[in-house]
Design a binder for this molecule. Sequence first.
Ligand SMILES: Cc1cc2nc3c(=O)[nH]c(=O)nc-3n(C[C@H](O)[C@H](O)[C@H](O)COP(=O)(O)OP(=O)(O)OC[C@H]3O[C@@H](n4cnc5c(N)ncnc54)[C@H](O)[C@@H]3O)c2cc1C
Length: 300
Amino acid sequence: MFDVVIIGGGPAGMSAAPSSGRGKMKVLLIDEEKPRNAVTRESHGFLTRDGITPDKFREVGRSDLQKYPTITIQNDRVQSINQLGEHSFKLVTLTGRTVHTKNIVLATGLKETLPDVKNIEQFYGNSIFSCPFCDGWEMKDRSLVLIMENTQAFHLVKLLKNWTDDLVLATNGQYWLDDQQKEILELNNISIIEEKISSLNGDDGELRSLTFEGGKELERTSGFCATHLDNTLPFINELGIEIGESGYITTNMMGQTNIPGIYAAGDIKGPSQLMVSASQGHMVGMGIIANSSEAQFITK
Ligand SMILES: Cc1cc2nc3c(=O)[nH]c(=O)nc-3n(C[C@H](O)[C@H](O)[C@H](O)COP(=O)(O)OP(=O)(O)OC[C@H]3O[C@@H](n4cnc5c(N)ncnc54)[C@H](O)[C@@H]3O)c2cc1C
């Protein structure tokens, strides 16, 4: 029986491991090693690790965990979770391993779907990005395109104005902009192209231009796109974990969900960043130790 099983070994899961393992909890971290940021060449903004590759970040993180005999790492995928009782869960993995634990940390991140543009995956993470906080500095003051197929991430338009004065919004054949939005864009000197993109042109991940179905060509060497994000855990609903209005898991400050013994950290609580995910993971570890100490302390 483990005290804690952490599902997902990104910054959230890797931080939850030492913060609970150093509290003498018996911890198992299960990770299938498919992080959302794997496509990117450099990660920014994590203090002391600015510019690190996602692979190196993971390697350094895992080497920290390997120092602790309380922490075991398994490369695998959790397929199912069953609650057997209060603080009693059974997990089954893809390789057929069955594990029992008192606490679970969900740190599985998100899966993202790119806009429906041919070859976009060749450029994503190299010259087309999704998060201005992560890659805006590297793209600053350039002529940018923002590919956005619906209104959901309209805030990105406003955000990107912080990094460039030359922005074209390409809706890729989707006519979702209303008159008010068009007026606002015009006031802010943002051009709009609503035609479908027929190709992204460039080599080795470096964008050179976009061609539109009507034949128009737009020269741009970099840009951003709005991606669609999904939780990767079908068992969230089966366990009865509460989801907030934003569509993501809700927790208290220490990362505890509405189910005692189930915690969540990182992107699964809403798209975030390496540093934020790591800090949430760390808080979860502290929360587990605090709750377990409270439960065991003799008061009478
Ligand atoms: C292209 C791109 C560039 C980015 N650049 C930056 C940047 O420069 N700076 C920054 O701060 N942030 C950046 N981010 C955001 C950052 O990567 C995420 O916020 C962060 O990785 C979230 O951490 P996490 O631990 O929650 O999830 P992840 O890092 O996604 O890790 C989740 C892990 O859980 C595993 N997993 C999922 N399901 C299961 C399962 N059932 N069983 C076992 N394992 C499972 C996955 O395989 C994965 O390894 C970027 C994101 C993208 C997409």
